[in-house]
Every structure is written in structure tokens, then in C-alpha cells.
Design a protein around this ligand. Structure first.
Ligand code: MEV
Length: 338
């Protein structure tokens, strides 16, 4: 039995624009998906999932995810979760050159599904790592990140960047621009997350931005402006002292860029009333800045505030179901048991 766990992430800057080759800076957070893989004697895959914002479900299949689990949970969420696990198994089989390998897989996650915190990437990264290790063919981190990206790319119909999967694999803050992915140094940023209890459809939201970008030059310019903003933010991080408490000036400057980034994402149609309400509640509470994180449409916002004020304000904000401080996860995917 092999158990691996991988972190979720928040986007400091750059989601959506990263799909079109602009840079993005996500940061891994201490909320993890844990995947257990136990090889089987046959070629079946049995998946048991808990806490994927569902009541939990179990499904067993031999080929693909065509078999529907007979459980009373929202089908799109089951399909989403199963799609990612299935793609992870395919990548593990191919990496280990074991096309008929069967597994009992258990997924546990404290990252809400589809809420902008990189739940699917964490499940895919931990899943491929656990399954390849269980087959005696562990991958190095770069290959693991690459295979996890390919799994997401497949499930999201080609509309995925390397950002979520690279960040979950490596941990810490990373910079992704097209195929160019590197860990970067960052100070200890005081992230606060607000969660509206909902989820967005990443594929639909990414497609929506793509259509706007095709239709309007100013939408394409908006995507490019997000890239400019990310480059400005990166320069600020590069000048900061890594792994220390950030100065008030740095927090103010990063916060301003986060506010700007949220405005540009809203212009691209990926915010939501609940996300805007949480962003404004954070700003009113004195956060340095706040923005939606991930694909949007619903899910989470991230704010910068070292005090308790934003977390408290969010807990009283209508439409906010949960708020919590998110520590930077300096370690990416890791083996818990092998
Ligand atoms: C989703 O977490 C982030 C997006 O930029 C899509 C991607 O990068 O694959 C919206």
C-alpha cells in the first residue's frame, strides 16, 4: 500500500491568462489530497473517495469511467472526480509500462472540489505518485508534474495550463509561463481564504474567456494586461527576502496588484456575486488586497491579511460558508507510507 499527499494552491496572480501563455504565480497551501494506491491481482480499478465535497462514494470499473456509481451525489461532481482519478491511473499505467495494472484507490481530501484551490491537481499528482510507487516505478518530480499536467489536459479537453499541477508537485510558490515552470522564492505571505460553498466549471469558464478573447480585441488586451501585472508582481517577490515576514510596503503593493487582478478577471466574466462579496468584505476589513482564485464562477477568494480581521469579517459575510488562514505549503507532494 502506498500513500501520497499533495497540496492545493491559491493563485497570487495570473489564472486564466496563463492558459494563453502569460505568466502566473500560484502558491501551494497546507490543504492536501491524500491518495492510497494498492495494486490488485486483476485489471480493475476500485475508487473510494471521501470528503470531495460529497458524502463520499465508491465505484469499481475495469475499463474507463463509463460505469456510473450508484450513489446519491451530484453527478457532475462524481464525473469530475472520477475523470481525474481515471486519468491519473492511465498516466501511472503508461509511466510504469503496466497497461493492465489494477488498483484499489482511496482518495481523501480537505480541499473543496472545483473551488479554485487546486483539488483536481492535488488528486492527480498524489494519485500518479502513489500508483507509480505502488508499481515500483517512482517518477522524478519533473516527470510527475508533466504526467499530472497531461492528465488534467486530457480531462479538461486541452484547456489546462501547467500551473496547478506543477505547484502541487513542487510546493512553495512557482512561476509558470507556457511550458516553462520554475519554483520561486517567496516571503511568508499571510493568505486568508474565503469559500462560498460552491464550485465553478473550469472547462466552461476557460472556454468563456477564450470566446471573449476571440471576439474582442479588448478582451485579448485584458488577458495581456494580466500578464503585465504578473510580471510586476514577480519583480516585487524577487526583491523580497525569502521565508521572512513581508514588509508592510510589500504587502500593500502585492495587495494592490491582487485587487487589480480581480478587476480584470471580473471583466473577463469569471467572477460571481458571492466572490465579489467576499472580496469586498476582505477589503473593508482592511486586507491589503483580495481576488478570486482559480477558475472562478464560485468557490474561493484569497486575501492578504496578517491580522484576524479578514477571516472574522468573512465568517460574518453572507454567502461565505468557510474562511480560514492558509499557510504556504513549502513541501509539495510527499510520501506518507510506502
Ligand atoms: C484553474 O485552477 C486555473 C485556470 O488558469 C486554468 C488552468 O490554468 O489550467 C483557470
Amino acid at each position: 500500500m502506498t500513500v501520497c499527499e499533495a497540496p492545493g494552491k491559491v493563485y497570487l496572480f495570473g489564472e486564466h491568462a496563463v492558459v494563453y501563455g502569460e505568466p502566473a504565480v500560484p502558491a501551494a497551501i497546507e490543504r492536501r489530497a491524500t491518495v492510497t494506491a494498492e495494486p490488485r491481482a486483476d485489471d480493475h480499478v476500485r475508487v473510494e473517495a471521501e470528503d470531495l465535497s460529497l458524502d463520499g462514494f465508491t465505484v469499481e470499473y475495469s475499463g474507463g469511467t463509463g460505469d456510473r456509481p450508484d450513489v446519491d451525489v451530484p453527478t457532475p461532481l462524481v464525473e469530475a472526480a472520477m475523470g481525474y482519478v481515471d486519468a491519473a491511473v492511465r498516466q501511472a499505467r503508461s509511466a510504469a509500462d503496466a497497461p493492465d495494472a489494477g488498483f484499489d484507490i482511496t482518495v481523501e481530501s480537505d480541499i473543496p472540489l472545483g473551488a479554485g484551490l487546486g483539488s483536481s491537481a492535488a488528486v492527480v499528482v498524489a494519485g500518479i505518485d502513489a500508483a507509480t510507487r505502488a508499481l515500483g516505478e517512482p517518477l522524478d518530480r519533473r516527470e510527475l508534474a508533466d504526467r499530472a499536467y497531461r492528465a488534467e489536459f486530457e480531462v479538461q479537453d486541452g484547456q489546462a495550463s501547467r500551473a496547478d499541477t506543477f505547484c502541487s508537485t513542487m510546493g512553495g510558490a512557482v512561476r509558470v509561463e507556457g511550458d516553462d515552470c520554475e519554483p520561486i522564492e517567496a516571503p511568508n505571505l499571510p493568505f486568508v481564504v474565503g469559500f462560498d460553498g460552491g464550485a465553478g466549471d473550469t472547462g466552461e469558464l476557460v472556454a468563456g474567456v477564450g470566446e471573449l478573447r476571440e471576439e474582442y480585441r479588448f478582451a485579448a488586451d485584458t488577458v495581456e494586461s494580466i500578464g503585465d501585472l504578473v510580471r510586476t508582481g514577480e519583480a516585487l517577490l524577487a526583491d523580497a527576502v525569502p521565508e521572512t515576514e513581508p514588509s508592510p510596503e510589500l504587502l500593500a503593493e502585492l495587495g494592490e496588484l491582487m485587487d487589480f487582478n480581480h478587476g480584470l478577471l471580473a471583466a473577463l466574466g469569471v467572477s460571481a456575486r458571492s466572490l465579489d462579496a467576499m472580496v469586498w468584505a476582505s477589503r473593508d476589513a482592511g486586507a491589503h488586497g483580495a481576488k478570486l482564485t482559480g477558475a472562478g464562477g464560485g468557490g474561493c477568494i484569497v486575501a492578504l491579511d496578517a491580522s484576524d480581521a479578514t477571516e472574522t469579517a468573512l465568517s460574518f459575510t453572507q454567502g461565505c460558508e468557510d474562511s480560514f488562514r492558509a499557510e504556504l505549503a513549502t513541501e509539495g507532494v510527499r510520501v506518507v507510507e510506502s
